[in-house]
Ligand binder design. Sequence first.
Ligand SMILES: [Zn+2]
Length: 432
Amino acid sequence: MYTLFQNIALVTMDPEKPLLQNAFLGISDRKIAWIGTAPPPERPDLVVNGQNKVALPGFFNTHTHLAMGVFRGFADEYDLDTWLREHIWPAEAKLTYEAVRAANTLSLAEGIAAGTVSFTDMYFGEPGLAELCLSVGVMGNLSNGATCFSEQYVPQQDRAWRETIELADHYHNREGLIKADVGLHAEYTSNPQVWQVVAALAAERGLNMHVHLSETRPEHDNCVKKYGMTPTALLDSYGIFGTRTTAAHGVFVTEQDMELLRARDVTVAHDPSGNLKLASGVMNLPRLRQKGVRVALATDSACATNTNEMYYDLKLTAILHSGLAGDPTLVSAADSLQMATVAGAYAQGREAESGMLRVGFDADLQVLDLDKPHLLPCHDLISNIVYAARPSDVCMTLCKGKTLYKEGEWLTLDIERAKREMVEIAVKTIRE
Ligand SMILES: [Zn+2]
């Protein structure tokens, strides 16, 4: 099957050929087979008119808890500690696997319709999410973050450990969609025994690591008080960053922490709207970038930020740091888009096949409809995508060449059922 988009604008994120107008984009099975301003030699099976449309790489949401979509609007306007301990954790204790599956389905649908092709998720019920991703045709780097609130950590008694082993044994690299990541919830919800175990597991199996890091001031300060080291230095001393790591938040990292993150090639997942809403603070993105630390974008959970759509954080990233520093040149629209695409693909270990539009890469992309009042005129495509576009401007999302979403329809999942089950199964479970 050869599909050809013609007369389409392309924002490839490939430094060699970044922008094309009136272009041809050929997709053969899973792969991008042609990019150019002349048509390909092959005869296409299907031609798609790309007039007034732009194709760009799909987004990589590098820190999510998709199942927490069930808590959207459930407990707003609390600080992280109160929010977690008094509201989220008690309600979470009621969640069943069925409820998690229902919430995951609708969150995936929401993200896909807003151009996301891959999710770095941490929660429980992740083998179920792996099945869901395979059935829907979307990518997932999946983990259940290990925790330990007692003296002794017995991995086999920890659901997170058991799910990680199940993901690694049965789902890792399935259909090029799923990656089993090793999850560590955070320094403050675990202990040195856990760090040793999870670091050894990641090293032994060659799996990526996903961890929450220095999200709040108290978390950071308490760690220094307790261990005499910052969370970054402490976790590093236990080998947590020994394999490719995504560290969410990094709001309170020190200069030395930044150097360590850079040396260990850690990607920091930046979710400015979640950090703002929970009043955690603002990550020093300009300084991290100056220090050479890779930063990717994320929404965090829809109970923290009330959305699984990347477009809000895409714009916020491009304006927030300029505003705070009084310097509009610090983070450009192109920088923000790079973090949502290329950097995210690297964080997930998918940079050799995804994250940009390039011949030979997987066809993981989104198409935006530019024929909208709020997207005219178009002096600069990237400016319009980052500063002016809305999630609802996405008219197509493709992953591995397969169309997952097209003009209001989800082609690989039953959206009416997903909406119904969010209410009748997931929400009902937490209210009981
Ligand atoms: Zn999180």
